[in-house]
Design a protein around this ligand. Structure first.
Ligand code: BES
Ligand code: ZN
Ligand code: ZN
Length: 500
C-alpha cells in the first residue's frame, strides 16, 4: 500500500503528484518551484488567479500536459503554516482522498515534506496521511446485490521524503493501524442487529483475542447468575438471545497492576423495553453497541502496537427487548456490587448493564476505568453531534483523556456531577438507586449512576450517543458509524501514566 522513497527529483515519473501548499508570501518551494520552472511560471500564475488555492482543505488539480514528470498535480491547501494543527492536516488529507475517490486512479505519489510545519514533523505527517487514507475511503459494503464492476480504488501510495525512511514507514504503519481499527468498529456499528447478536459480538472478540494472543473469557448466563449480575441479567430478560459478558486481557507489563479497564456498552438493539421507544426513536438502535465497538477497535490497535500497559476490556452484550419475560418499570433488581436498583425506566438499560460490567472490571483488577457508551439522548441535546460528553471522578485521569482527544480530534467536553446529582440517583423509596430520576440532566444522571459503581476507582465516562453516528458524509468518512473513541482510547492507553 505505502512505499517510502527517500528522494524526489523532477525525473521521477508519476501519474499524480500530491503537494501541500501553505498560504505564504513566496509560495513555491522545493519540487513545486522546479515544476513551476518547467511550466514556465504557470503555477505561480494559477495561484495568483485562484485556480490553485492554498486555503485550508481546498484541493486543486492541474494537468501539466506533459511538461513535468507528473501528469497531474494535486495541491492540498493547508492555510497558514503556523496555524495548521495535526487534526486539520488529517482532515486535509481526508479531503484529498475524498476528491480522488471520484477519479479512476489506483496510484498516487505524495511529496510528504511539503506537509510539515514547526509543530508537525515528518512522522506526524506520515501518521496523518495513512490514517486519513483509511478513514476517508471507508465504505460499508452493505447487502445490495452486486450488479456493477467493483469501483477502482487507490491501491498504491508512494511517499517521497527526505526524512528517515524507517521512521516514516513506522509512522505510516501506526496511522494505518489506527485507521483500519476505526473502520472495523464502524463496520460493527453499521451491521444490523439481526446479523450482529451478543453471540456474534462475543465471537468477534474471541477472534481478536486469538489474533493478538489476549487472554479472554466469555461469561454465559449461568455464570452471571452465580456472580449475581442482576442488573445485566434484568436487561436481557425479555430477549431470545443469551447475554454475553466479554472480557479481553492484554498484559504489557511484568505484573498485573495499574490495569486500565475499558468498558463498552454492547446493546445490540435497544427497543427501550416496556418503556418502549417511539417508531421514530427506535430506528437506528442497532448502533447502541458503539461503545463496545470502540473498545474492540482500541483493543485491535493495542494488539498491533503492544504498548507497555495493562488493559482489561469488559463488554456486556445483549439486546433490550419486550416479551412476557422482560423486566418492567417498578422492578427492583440487585446488581453484582450488592447495590439494589429500582427500575423506573427500562429504556435506561445501558447504565444497568454497565453497572455490572464496571464491577466486573474491578473484579479483574482494573485500577482505572473508562466506560464508553451510547448512554443518553440527553447528551445529544446538550453537546450536539460532534462532541462526546464526559464525566469523571478524577481530575488527573481526565487531563490525560483530554490530551488524547486533542491529538485525535475527537472532542470531549466535561459535564459536572454534583452532590445534588448524586442525591438524585439515590432517590428511590425502596432501593439504593433509581435508574431514571426524571427529565432534568439526563446525561448527568447516567454518569452519576455509573459513578456509584466506579466508587473510589478513578473513572471516566464517555457518552457517545451523539458522536457515534453521523447523518452526513465528512472529510474522514461517510455517513453512518464514525468509530468515535477508537483512536482516543488507544492513544490514551499508549500515553497513559500512573499518578504514583
Ligand atoms: N440507547 C439510548 C440512548 C440513545 C439515544 C443513543 C439516541 C443514541 C441515540 C439509551 O439507552 C436511552 O434510551 N436513554 C434514555 C435514558 C432515559 C430513559 C433516562 C434517553 O436518553 O432518552
Ligand atoms: Zn435505552
Ligand atoms: Zn440504549
Amino acid at each position: 500500500m505505502f512505499t517510502v522513497i527517500p528522494e524526489l527529483s523532477t525525473e521521477t515519473k508519476q501519474e499524480v503528484f500530491v503537494v501541500g501548499l501553505f498560504e505564504q508570501h513566496s509560495p513555491l518551494k522545493g519540487i513545486a518551484a522546479k515544476w513551476n520552472e518547467q511550466l514556465n511560471g504557470q503555477l505561480v500564475e494559477l495561484l495568483k488567479e485562484g485556480d490553485i488555492s492554498p486555503k485550508r482543505k481546498h484541493v486543486s488539480k492541474i494537468h501539466t500536459l506533459g511538461h513535468t514528470n507528473a501528469k497531474r498535480l494535486y495541491f492540498v491547501g493547508l492555510g497558514k503554516k503556523e496555524e495548521l494543527t495535526f487534526e486539520q492536516l488529517r482532515e486535509a488529507f481526508g479531503k484529498l482522498f475524498k476528491t480522488l475517490k471520484g477519479t479512476k486512479l489506483t496510484e498516487v505519489a505524495v511529496a510528504l515534506d511539503t506537509f510539515t510545519t514547526e509543530q508537525i514533523d515528518i512522522n506526524d505527517a506520515a501518521h496523518a496521511l495513512s490514517e486519513a487514507f483509511h478513514l476517508a475511503t471507508y465504505q460499508f459494503a452493505g447487502y445490495k446485490q452486486k450488479t456493477n464492476e467493483p469501483e477502482k480504488k487507490i491501491e498504491q501510495i508512494t511517499v517521497y521524503t527526505e526524512g528517515d525512511k524507517e521512521e516514516v514507514e513506522a509512522s505510516l504503519f501506526v496511522g494505518s493501524v489506527y485507521g483500519k481499527a476505526t473502520n472495523f468498529a464502524r463496520t460493527l456499528v453499521n451491521t444490523p442487529s439481526n446479523l450482529l447478536t451478543a453471540n456474534d459480538l462475543a465471537n468477534y472478540a474471541v477472534e481478536l483475542a486469538k489474533k493478538y494472543e489476549f487472554e479472554y473469557e466469555v461469561l454465559e448466563k449461568e455464570e452471571m447468575e452465580k456472580l449475581g449480575m442482576g442488573a445485566f441479567l434484568a436487561v436481557n430478560k425479555g430477549s431470545a438471545e443469551p447475554p454475553k459478558m466479554i472480557v479481553l486481557k492484554y498484559q504489557g507489563k511484568e505484573a498485573w497492576e495499574n490495569v486500565i479497564g475499558l468498558v463498552g456498552k454492547g446493546v445490540t438493539f435497544d427497543t427501550g423495553g416496556y418503556s418502549i421507544k417511539t417508531k421514530e426513536g427506535i430506528v437506528g438502535m442497532k448502533t447502541d453497541m458503539a461503545g463496545a465497538a470502540a473498545v474492540l477497535g482500541a483493543m485491535e490497535i493495542i494488539g498491533e502496537i503492544r504498548p507497555e500497559q495493562n488493559v482489561v476490556a469488559v463488554i456486556p452484550a445483549t439486546d433490550n427487548m419486550v416479551s412476557g419475560e422482560a423486566f418492567k418499570p417498578d422492578d427492583v433488581i440487585t446488581s453484582m456490587s450488592g447495590k439494589t436498583i429500582e427500575v423506573k425506566n427500562t429504556d435506561a438499560e445501558g447504565r444497568l448493564i454497565l453497572a455490572d460490567a464496571i464491577t466486573y472490571a474491578k473484579h479483574h483488577g482494573a485500577s482505572y476505568i473508562i466506560d464508553v457508551a451510547t448512554l443518553t439522548g440527553g447528551v445529544i441535546i446538550a453537546l450536539g453531534a460532534h462532541t462526546t460528553g464526559a464525566m469523571t471522578n478524577n481530575e488527573a485521569l481526565f487531563e490525560q483523556m483530554l490530551e488524547a482527544s486533542a491529538e485525535t480530534g475527537e472532542f470531549i467536553w466535561r459535564l459536572p456531577i454534583t452532590e445534588k446529582d448524586k442525591e438524585r440517583v439515590r432517590s428511590s423509596a425502596v432501593a439504593d438507586l433509581n435508574n431514571s430520576p426524571g427529565r432534568e440532566g439526563h446525561a448527568i444522571m447516567g454518569g452519576a449512576f455509573l459513578a456509584e459503581f466506579a466508587e473510589e476507582t478513578p473513572w471516566i465516562h464517555l457518552d457517545i450517543a451523539g458522536t457515534s453516528v453521523t447523518s452526513k458524509e465528512h472529510d474522514l468518512g461517510p455517513a453512518g458509524a464514525t468509530g468515535v473513541m477508537v483512536r482516543t482510547l488507544a492513544t490514551f492507553v499508549e500515553r497513559f501514566q500512573t499518578n504514583d
